[in-house]
Design a protein around this ligand. Structure first.
Ligand SMILES: [Zn+2]
Length: 148
């Protein structure tokens, strides 16, 4: 099964809350960052740098290019019992006005499409995410990079 990471929220130190494309979410302690001696992992030993994680191509990624295989991460968290279904009300719904290429996910966005829109419940694979929606959602959503 191919699993993507949809979003990640740093929880302090080396803890990350991670949402997967199958609708599950969980928190994992990444103590590997302290153990891994590779040069790519070295900057991640600083909690502030570690918290700069974002999602790229469905994988946890850090600014220096260090990334984490989402399938292995999912299997690891699943077998450790760390994943739970995300509550329906927390599921993000994306809307895009017909013939537009910008996706919105915050319902109080000034341009939230209320009619003639496409809707998606997974992170869109093409187009861009609305800058106003990102701003309204706050810094935690800064992990939403341009899709595609
Ligand atoms: Zn918007």
């Amino acid at each position: 099964m191919m699993i993507d990471v949809l979003s990640v929220r740093p929880q302090g130190n080396f803890r990350l809350e991670i949402e997967f494309s199958d609708g599950t979410i969980g928190v994992r302690e990444f103590d590997f960052a302290v153990r891994d001696t590779g040069p790519m992992a070295e900057p991640l030993k600083d909690p502030a740098y570690f918290a700069r994680v974002f999602v790229e191509d469905g994988a946890l990624t850090w600014p220096n290019g260090y990334d984490w295989d989402p399938d292995a991460l999912y299997d690891d968290m699943s077998s450790a019992g760390l994943l739970r279904p995300i509550e329906e009300e927390r599921r993000i719904v994306y809307r895009r006005a017909h013939s537009q290429d910008t996706w919105h996910f915050v319902t109080n966005c000034s341009t939230w499409p209320s009619e003639h829109y496409d809707e998606a419940t997974q992170r869109p694979r093409s187009g861009t995410i609305c800058a106003e929606c990102l701003a309204k959602a706050g810094l935690n959503m800064a992990v939403f990079k341009r899709a595609g």
